[in-house]
Design a protein around this ligand. Sequence first.
Ligand SMILES: C[S@@+](CC[C@H](N)C(=O)[O-])C[C@H]1O[C@@H](n2cnc3c(N)ncnc32)[C@H](O)[C@@H]1O
Length: 278
Amino acid sequence: MNYRHAYHAGNFADVVKHLALLAVLLHLRKKASPFAVIDSHAGRGLYDLRGEAALRTGEAAAGIGRLLQQPAGLPPLLEYYLDVVRAAGDGRYPGSPWLAAHLLRDSDRLIAIEKHPEELAALADVLSVCAHTRAVAGDGYARLPGLLPPRERRGTILIDPPFEKDDEFARAAQTFAHCYSRFATGIYLLWFPLKTSAQAESFMAEILNCGVRKALRLDIEVAGAGDGEKSRLRKAGLVIVNPPFGFDAQMQEAGAALADRLGPDARLSLVWLAGEGL
Ligand SMILES: C[S@@+](CC[C@H](N)C(=O)[O-])C[C@H]1O[C@@H](n2cnc3c(N)ncnc32)[C@H](O)[C@@H]1O
């Protein structure tokens, strides 16, 4: 386990993923009934944008750094996302567990799983001041299905592995299949790096093979994503299974504004894989 998210936190792919997560959380908050958020690969929760790792790759500067410099007048979802990022503190970038914890109501809860001991310790520290949250040690692939369905019978599941091993596309797809068989009404967000289109297509096929009725694919591509030797990622995707009503239009609007501000070469696309817009 060499992967450390601190090198990549706040990059173009992270901000799109977190914007989508925020849109889902805001949707879940529209109903009074409680919801659960489960993050299978949670990371440390909060990242230092002035730390050695962030400065080494320059990815955050080319991502969230550009967005924070922009004037007002952005679509409401993007504006709200940037307010949440600012609320994390100057020079800090909130990861998915922090973002979720920030949006929980008293009746909702977050379970955040992390395998790496140092990341887990940092995560536990960050979540220690957030009510209704739990940092769990272990393998997210193995632990996630057992947590489903959540007792609330409503919620979102983020599957966001590091993809540092060759079998991680297969493990993510298998884990999703197991989860979906236990909780088919959950809103799933599956992040993936877009290395080859064949790999991405076969990942999509495995997800659709589970009998998914509603799914969207969101791709983001940026040519200049950072200068360091560790910044090789140029394209990434997100599959959203059971996206909430109106999510596509909201992400299209906020995502277009976000891509615009990431740079002239940034492209974002949203495609229905199953259901609604097909
Ligand atoms: C891409 S990062 C997560 C970023 C986080 N979800 C966010 O958006 O802020 C992936 C994390 O998974 C952790 N990890 C690696 N293998 C894991 C596993 N099998 N189970 C749980 N966590 C794992 C890594 O230590 C790393 O912190």
